[in-house]
Design a protein around this ligand. Structure first.
Ligand code: MN
Length: 276
């Protein structure tokens, strides 16, 4: 039986016998690109827990969602001993890291972020930060996504401290790669931690229309402050109250309750499908 206790701190004191029988290998990525402060601070904090490898996009890929680059070759460039950039999406980075760079020494956990800006509620489907974590889940590796609201008293260091302790806790748990954790940090001083569900966003911003110097129209999607349905227990309510929000997410998009309700379609459409 492996010892489920938490790690004791740093590499010098690492003892085998945990769920990971070696110094933990931690893959760090993001969607803001290699030069983002959030990635740097996160990687620095996680070095207390194990061997950190950074594989990140060479430029910002926010809202890249779960895209994989399949229509052109990808390039990887090594910057430091355990640091690589990829001219692709966050999901490209995770794939290249796990299936190529770290093929014989797969990461034990994948940590994405810390994103410059929140990834709350319905917005999670657009997020490159969260998709990198989902890519980790698809590759059977426990993964966490970190994002932060940005404001006046904001500090990536404060976020990175909590991120390290959550990663430490996860490394002490039996691996559960089906569930990713989506973490959002509030702007102000943290009041505590709340485990939450996704909130519901009100999509009312519309499209901003402008004219370019040649008189042609162009458009910006979004751009205004998002509005949310108030809801107890949501990620949005937690960060609004000053709490760190942790939302467990999984990739199964099946609406299980609808299966029996829709079963009649097998009858109604079955013979049509058979005929065509
Ligand atoms: Mn981003």
């Amino acid at each position: 039986m492996p010892n489920p206790g938490v790690l004791t701190g740093n590499l010098a004191t690492w003892q085998p016998g945990n769920y990971y029988p070696h110094v933990p290998r931690i893959l760090v990525t993001n969607d803001d690109g290699i030069y983002s402060e959030g990635l740097r601070k996160l990687a620095a904090a996680l070095r207390d827990l194990g061997e950190v490898t950074i594989v990140a996009p060479d430029r910002e890929q926010s809202a890249a969602s779960h895209a994989l680059t399949l229509n052109r070759p990808l390039r990887m460039l090594q910057l430091e001993e355990r640091e690589w950039i990829v001219d692709g999406t966050p999901s490209d980075c995770v794939n290249l890291a796990v299936l190529k760079l770290m093929k014989s020494n797969r990461p034990d956990i994948i940590v994405s972020g810390i994103n410059f800006g929140p990834n709350l509620g319905d917005d999670v489907t657009y997020s490159g930060t969260i998709s990198a974590a989902f890519e980790g889940a698809l590759l059977n590796i426990p993964s966490i996504a970190f994002s932060s609201l940005i404001g006046e008293h904001f500090s990536f260091e404060r976020c990175a401290d909590v991120a390290r302790e959550l990663a430490r806790w996860m490394l002490g748990q039996p691996p559960n790669p089906e569930i990713i954790l989506n973490v959002n940090f509030p702007v102000s001083e943290f009041q505590g931690v709340r485990v939450t569900r996704l909130g519901k966003r009100i999509y009312s911003e519309g499209i901003i229309e402008r004219l370019d110097p040649r008189g042609r129209k162009y458009y910006w999607i979004g751009g205004e402050e998002p509005i949310w349905h108030p809801g107890e227990g949501t990620d949005f309510a937690a960060v609004q109250d000053g709490y760190v929000s942790i939302t467990p997410l999984h990739l199964d998009l099946t609406h299980h309750q609808s299966i029996s309700r829709l079963q009649m379609l097998e009858e109604i459409l079955g013979h049509v499908a058979k005929r065509s």
